[in-house]
Design a protein around this ligand. Structure first.
Ligand code: NAP
Length: 641
């Protein structure tokens, strides 16, 4: 039986998928009706999540440095996309011509062993239950048949695969249209979604001296088209909106786009799947279509390789639906006439608020599936927390003035938990953690206590209990994260470790967490969570860290044995082991050092504090109720060797 996957369409989505399938060892053939790659660049914007995906695959290295795409927008209202995650290395948006991206993705897919067959148009498909028969016609008119295990339509908005396989493509047709053109020989001012009494105009000068103009006349409906618009249509609309004559310019490329909104009602029918524009068409605003498509491909590659195909539909279709809804909201704001002015003013006012900016920027740059509707498995308490997964929960995060602890405190608060931000000496840093949480609409308070000294845990809990009672009326805890820790200075040989040094390591890293857990027991509610931060060094030998690693071994034992002890109360206890993680220390400002450390991870980068915080937040959520006593490797594959 064949295991070949046929990917139809050699655009960025199909080529990324083909490369990914090859990394999983799946025989892959790409069928493309065009004989040569496209010369024009339709889409060029890459968002944070896509940059991460391309980086993980080594594609960014091949492309080389990309220019910053500047701030983004929401429906033409300025929205700085770095607000999504300001400290992220790919915060914001980036510009990469589609032709370049395609060329690099094709090179990668080819090197990995995918066969790209250009000049082959798919004309028939038959899903026979155990395989799919695909019939193609070449440019010479010759027909060929191919038997494959699965077919994936990555063949764009007019997808032949979607039509031949009988997918339902629900939605609505266009109501508004925007004309665009790249024009040489123009000398007109730069404009970014400039609203005039009669319409909307944008002008942007490309590095080659040509100008991209986009224009929409308010209240007009789309012209039925079989090809691109004529230049004189663009000239007339431009003059009606701006009063300028651009008739002397030389059009290099003409195109019209509209606000059609359609989505396949399922992304899989038997052995046929859809990804990218074949699965959803939407107004191409802010580059979301390309990013959504590439993210579809990344998910589908892994799902096809593990034959978990329904999960692809389950995860990607809701993301598509939500993105399409957001794009529709943007199209109203952008292309609506005077009737939308009050709405635009209100939106502009809302965009003054940090949490609003962050929320919308995230939906564009890191779209995640919407939260699932409550199911029989979620408890009544969970159902009340519609705001975030941890609303009404309380948490203590030790050592959260900076580094990983700060990121954990921020993420837990973001999900709605009230967080006790513990620190030892750096009051200023702890205050900054609390302030940043409050700025984002969360709740937190600082607690000082030096751990590893007599009376440490008692002092800590006096502060925690007081802070909780003041804010909630009771001293109940749901989540305890033992994160505070100290390390041995690098380069100290095992021969040179002193008893005092080993005592200090054990006091802070092992003894204090033990008594934190013991002291927290009467305060912990049923279904509570204890998460102990260990280290990849319990599995990865580094002789100069032997003492430190021994203490982390101890904390893992703490997780194991307390997990059994606390299971009757529904409390889970787990260890999370980060690898080298950027905690903001000066070492991470030295590019050579970072480069060297990055080599340890399978993804060839150092971890970010939020990478670990996301894992901790998951363990703290009700979704992780079935995990206890576990050692979770959060080292970016460092332990894979
Ligand atoms: P970090 O940036 O050095 O921050 C340490 C935190 O712990 C600070 O909030 C500090 O508070 C607190 N702390 C230190 N000594 C303390 C003491 N005696 N009593 C009370 N609090 C104390 O740490 P990190 O790098 O984010 O690491 C966090 C955890 O992850 C640690 O358990 C560490 O072993 C583990 N880990 C880190 C990495 C990594 O590469 N970063 C790798 C593996 C495991 P003050 O600043 O206020 O004094």
């Amino acid at each position: 039986m064949t295991s070949t996957v046929a990917v139809v369409g050699a655009g960025p989505v199909g080529l990324l998928l083909a490369g990914d399938l090859r990394t999983h060892g799946v025989p892959t053939v790409v069928l493309e009706q065009r004989s040569a790659p496209m010369a024009e660049s339709r889409a060029s914007t890459l968002h944070t999540r896509t940059m991460e995906l391309l980086e993980e695959r080594g594609v960014l290295d091949r492309i080389g440095p990309l220019p910053d795409g500047g701030p983004g927008h929401f429906g033409g209202l300025r929205l700085d996309l770095t607000a999504a995650d300001p400290t992220h290395r790919h915060a914001g948006q980036w510009k990469c011509p589609q032709t370049r991206l395609e060329a690099v993705l094709q090179e990668r897919a080819g090197e990995l062993g995918a066969v790209v067959r250009r000049g082959r148009r798919v004309v028939a498909l038959r899903d026979r239950g155990t395989d799919v028969l695909v019939e193609t016609v070449g440019t010479d008119g010759r027909r060929e048949r191919l038997t494959c295990a699965y077919v994936v339509g990555c063949d764009g908005g007019d997808s032949t695969v979607r039509r031949l396989a009988g997918f339902e493509f629900a939605g609505r047709d266009a109501r508004r249209e925007m004309l665009r053109a790249d024009v040489a020989g123009l000398d007109i001012p730069e404009r970014r979604f400039e609203r005039h009494p009669r319409g909307l105009a944008t002008a942007h000068r490309w590095p080659d001296g040509s100008t991209r103009v986009m224009v929409h006349l308010f209240g007009t409906t789309p012209t039925p088209r079989t090809g691109p618009p004529r230049y004189d249509e663009v000239v007339t609309a431009w003059s009606q909106v701006t009063g300028e004559d651009i008739g002397h310019g030389e059009p290099l490329w003409l195109n019209a786009f509209d606000d059609t909104r359609r989505q396949a009602t399922r992304y899989r029918r038997g052995r046929v799947l859809l990804a990218g524009d074949a699965a959803h068409v939407q107004m191409p605003v802010g580059g979301q279509a390309l990013n959504l498509g590439l993210q579809d491909a990344a998910e589908l590659g892994a799902r096809l390789a593990s034959s978990d195909l329904n999960a692809y539909d389950r995860t990607r279709r809701p993301v598509g639906t939500r993105t399409l809804t957001d794009i529709q909201a943007q199209s109203y704001l952008l292309l609506g006439g005077h009737e939308v002015e009050p709405l635009r003013r209100l939106f502009a006012e809302l965009l003054e608020f940090d949490p609003v900016r962050r929320h919308l920027a995230r939906r564009i740059s890191r779209p995640a599936p919407p939260r699932p509707h409550p199911t029989a498995e979620t408890t009544p308490k969970d159902r009340s927390s519609a705001m975030g997964r941890l609303t009404h929960k309380t948490a203590l995060v030790t050592g959260s003035s900076r580094g990983i602890g700060r990121a954990v405190a921020r993420r837990l608060a973001e999900e709605g938990a009230l967080v006790a931000v513990h620190y030892a000496t750096d009051e200023d840093a702890a205050r900054k953690t609390v302030e940043s949480i409050e700025r984002d609409g969360g709740r937190a308070f600082p607690v000082r206590a030096e751990l590893g000294v007599p009376g440490d845990v008692h002092e800590l809990f006096l502060g925690v209990e007081h802070g909780l009672k003041e804010r909630t009326g009771e001293a109940a805890l749901d989540i305890v994260v033992n994160n505070a820790g100290v390390t041995t200075p690098a380069g100290v040989l095992p021969e040179d470790v002193t008893p005092e040094e080993l005592d200090r390591l054990f006091a802070v890293n092992a003894k204090a967490p033990f008594f934190v857990v013991q002291r927290a027991l009467p305060l912990l509610r049923e279904g509570g969570r204890i998460i102990n931060i260990s280290s990849g060094l319990t599995r990865f030998a580094s002789p100069d860290q032997v003492g430190y690693a021994m203490t982390k071994g101890a904390i893992e034992q703490l997780s194991l044995h307390f997990a059994r002890h606390l299971a009757p109360r529904g409390i889970t206890v787990n260890s999370v082991a980060p690898g080298i993680t950027n905690n903001g220390s000066p070492l991470f400002d030295i590019p050579e050092a970072v480069e060297q450390m990055a080599q340890l991870s399978a993804f060839k980068r150092v971890g970010e504090a939020v990478d670990v915080a996301d894992v901790v937040t998951f363990l703290a959520s009700s979704e992780a109720r079935w995990i206890t006593g576990a050692f979770i490797d959060a080292s970016g594959g460092t332990l894979l060797g």
